[in-house]
Ligand binder design. Structure first.
Ligand code: AMP
Length: 166
């Protein structure tokens, strides 16, 4: 068992029935610096121009990683939060769909995507599409918790670095 696991709270049926929510609040409170260092490990930082954080826990983790490594930070936000010009990508959820947005970017650059939990992978795939359409080359993905039984990201060859794997 990874030493971080004892600081993660498993909350059954949140935010809806059947989901076991991984609450990382105690982990951030108790071990924040180590979490950020672990997430930054194995990323080839000389190949990265910017860190891309996914709303909203990806902001906490991604912004800290960007500071640690002296990189700039880019936000991916939920629909309607960013002022124009934006570029959007929609993706299917279990019920209905959702949309994520970024500011329009012209300059070609290389990024690492950051989020807390990789579950089905729908969110990260949408962000990868968004980046591709928006001149950002995704060099790596850094995820705190990979629920590997819910996705095939590793088998599909995506460059995922995850700290805790279930
Ligand atoms: P998915 O698109 O299914 O990979 O879900 C990823 C997004 O949903 C991430 O931004 C997570 O923050 C959140 N998420 C999904 N499943 C969980 C879970 N079991 N515990 C906490 N957050 C989750």
């Amino acid at each position: 068992m990874h030493p971080f696991e004892s600081h993660i709270r498993n909350v059954p049926d949140f935010p809806k029935a059947g989901i076991i929510f991984k609450d990382i609040s105690p982990l951030l409170q108790d071990r924040f610096h180590e979490v950020i260092e672990s997430m930054a490990k194995t990323i080839k930082w000389d190949e990265i121009d910017y860190v891309v954080g996914i709303e909203s826990r990806g902001f906490i983790l991604g912004a800290a990683m960007a500071t640690l490594k002296g990189k700039g930070f880019i936000v991916v936000r939920k629909k309607g939060k960013l002022p124009p010009p934006t570029i959007a990508e929609s993706y299917e959820l279990e019920y209905g769909s959702d949309t994520l947005e970024m500011l329009v970017n012209q300059k070609s650059s290389r990024v690492v995507l950051v989020d807390d939990v990789l579950a089905t992978g729908g969110t990260l795939k949408a962000v990868m599409n968004l980046c591709q359409k928006n001149n950002y080359e995704v060099k790596a993905l850094s995820i705190l918790i990979n629920l590997t039984f819910l996705n095939k990201f590793t088998e599909e060859g995506h460059p995922v670095h995850s700290v805790i794997n279930y």
